[in-house]
Each structure stands twice: as C-alpha cells, then as structure tokens.
Design a protein around this ligand. Structure first.
Ligand code: SF4
Length: 217
C-alpha cells in the first residue's frame, strides 16, 4: 500500500503553520520539561484555550516541584478550578511533585517506566514528556486526533490509541515520528474535526479514504 507519507507530511507541515499550536507544543518550545509534564497533566480532556490560560497564570510562579508543594493542595485546586476534573488533576500533580522531590531529586525522570509510575501519567503524557520535554527519539504521543485521522485516511483500522501507537511505529518512517503529534493535533483541531470534518477544504483530500466519515463540510 502506498501511504503517501512524504506528500502528506510535506503538505500538512506547511499548512499547520496557519493553525493554532497545541498547548503542549507551546511549552515544549520553552524547553522546560517540568512545564511540559504539568501542562500535559492539566490538558487531558480539557480545551487548549482553557489549559493555556491556566498554565500561563500558574507558571508565572511555578518552575519546579517545590513551587507546587509550597502552594499546597487546597490552593492548587483553586488555581486550576476552570480545568476539567480539576480535583483529581490537582491531587495527581501534587503527588507527582512530592515523588519528584523525594525520589528524583526534583527532576523529571528520563525513562518510560519511571514516568508511567507517576500518578496520572499514561502513555500519551509519557510519550509527550519523552519526545517534547527530553527530546528523545522513538516516541509518538497519541491523542484522540492522532488516533482518529490515520484511521480515516485508511492507513489501518485500530480501536484504541495504544493500538494506533503500535501500528504507526510499524509503518511510519522514523523521520516523521517527532512531528506527527504536533501536525496531526493541529490538523484535527482545525480541519479534520471529530464530528464533521472540513473535507471540502482539506489539503490532503486526494490521499484520504474518509473511512467512517458520515458527515462532512
Ligand atoms: S478528507 Fe476529510 S476525513 Fe480525510 S483527512 Fe481531510 S478532512 Fe479528514
């Protein structure tokens, strides 16, 4: 099968410059791995605009685990109140910071296993921290957009983001792994939307099989 990876990545790389940048990418550009981890924990199932607003405010005085511990759990809850599931997230972030201080000398760990052992850290967060926080090769963070779009394109048929991660690692050339999340999240938020994708203006229309697309614009 010809996946047209070169053509698709060339087109989308150019296109996404006009789209909104996902919030985690913004923090990865700051090269601050602790901010990447915290913004990612806050962003799960929350709109990017809300996460961006909360993290902008929070990170004015927060650069290390001790800063979160100093704020304390009740005040942290208040500070992130506009974020979905803020109570659970505040608890996870507080506990993550405690562990980082006690076990990792206040640094963000650099292995997959250690990261996955932190409260609230799943594969997506682990992959984002490894790729955009520590700048390690070999990681592809998969969120809902990264899972949905390749399935629509007809690259494969998978049921979960975990399956998509495995399939992508089998077929996608390594040179595209690092960019994949940035490009596909921005593309999914702007054009290939979850319910009604904008196929009529899609720059990669001719490469897409539109699998499972019932309604489009
Ligand atoms: S043609 Fe439609 S479904 Fe396919 S990638 Fe473009 S917007 Fe998404």
């Amino acid at each position: 099968m010809n996946y047209h990876f070169d053509e698709i990545f060339k087109i989308l790389k150019k296109e996404v410059k006009n789209y909104n940048v996902p919030v985690v990418t913004l923090y990865s550009q700051n090269k601050h791995v602790f901010h990447v981890l915290i913004s990612c924990l806050l962003s799960l199932r929350t709109r990017d605009e809300i996460t961006a607003k909360v993290t902008r405010e929070l990170f004015k005085n927060v650069n290390k685990p001790e800063d979160i511990l100093r704020i304390g759990l009740p005040r942290l809850r208040k500070k992130i109140k506009s974020i979905n599931f803020y109570k659970t997230k505040a608890k996870n972030i507080y506990n993550v910071c405690k562990i980082l201080k006690e076990k990792y000398n206040s640094q963000v760990p650099k292995t997959e296993e250690e990261l996955l052992g932190l409260p609230g850290v799943g594969r997506k967060t682990m992959n984002i921290v490894m790729a955009y926080g520590h700048y390690k090769d070999g990681f592809i963070p998969i969120d809902v957009h990264c899972h949905r779009i390749p399935n629509r394109l007809g690259w494969f048929k998978t049921k979960t983001p975990e399956e998509t991660e495995i399939k992508l690692k089998e077929i996608l050339p390594k040179k595209y792994w690092w960019d994949f999340n940035n490009i596909f999240v921005a593309f999914g938020q702007s054009v290939c939307n979850p319910v009604s994708p904008k196929c009529s203006i899609c720059p990669i229309f001719k490469y897409c099989e539109r699998i499972g697309v019932k309604r489009n614009r």
